[in-house]
Design a protein around this ligand. Structure first.
Ligand code: 1GP
Length: 254
């Protein structure tokens, strides 16, 4: 799908391992939903969340954001609008390189199986169809340059993050994301705590094409405004979507 990145200012992170609020209509003001989490995520609960979201807010794009290749299947690729794959700059090697090579190895070896396509098994036709399927799948993957800055978070623990970056290093990672890696998203992740505007200001100076996402501890209109005014293209709101729909509603810009 072609998402108009310029229209995305409010993003909701839905953890498929947590119960969804009774009234999902609260999502009607958000521009994009990312489905993913650090603990107890499975392909099954990811699909359940995607289905529930698409049934209630069918016009809102839903991306799967897997923390493991095991959560990605032909069904998730087909039903999500895209699969957003984090590359954690300050994580361990697995989370910047290892998991990606694993995922792409699987895609390259079994494109038909991954997409549920019924590919013929012999001949040149196979080769060309196989390449088409690989290209289609790869086109649905969106790279995200990540820095995880809250060391006490589950995200930091699972990604092997031991050191938070200085604002100067965050700026460097942002610059690399746009000019070297070419990912469409750079994500400053403070999951569970509010990190303030400093990292956002540092990163924003270097980004033109790549969209700057900030997530962590946003639970008021004031925090949302502070981060957007610091230069983020979008705020990502997670915890309070699950915990308190009224607070969540306050984070959606007018
Ligand atoms: C988590 O960045 C998101 O991945 C949002 O953070 O849960 O703290 O809102 P919160």
């Amino acid at each position: 799908m072609q998402l108009e990145w310029g229209d995305v200012t409010h993003v909701t992170k839905v953890d498929p391992a947590k119960p969804l609020p009774a009234d999902l209509e609260v999502l009607s003001g958000t521009d994009l939903v990312l489905v993913g989490g650090s603990d107890d995520v499975t392909e099954e609960n990811t699909l359940e969340a995607i289905d529930a979201l698409q049934a209630t807010v069918p016009d809102t794009p839903v991306f799967q954001e897997p923390s493991s290749g095991a959560h990605v299947s032909s069904a998730t690729v087909e039903r999500a609008d895209a699969v957003a794959v984090p590359a954690v700059f300050n994580g361990d090697r697995d989370h910047f390189v290892g998991k990606h090579v694993e995922l792409f190895t699987e895609i390259g070896e079994q494109p038909g199986e991954l997409l549920g396509a019924n590919l013929p098994l012999v001949g040149r036709l196979v080769e060309s169809k196989g390449r088409d399927v690989v290209a289609e799948l790869a086109a649905n993957l969106v790279g995200e340059g990540y820095v995880v800055q809250h060391l006490e978070s589950a995200a930091a623990d699972r990604a092997g993050v031991e050191t938070a970056y200085t604002p100067e290093q965050v700026a460097g990672a942002a610059l690399a994301t746009e000019t070297f890696y070419g990912f469409p998203i750079f994500y400053i992740e403070y999951s569970g705590t509010y990190g303030g505007p400093d990292d956002v200001e540092a990163a924003a100076r270097h980004l033109e094409e790549t969209r700057l996402f900030y997530g962590g501890g946003i639970d008021s209109a004031e925090a949302a405004t502070e981060i957007l005014e610091a230069g983020a293209d979008a705020i990502v709101v997670g915890d309070c979507f699950h915990d308190d729909p009224e607070t969540f509603r306050a984070t959606i810009p007018e």
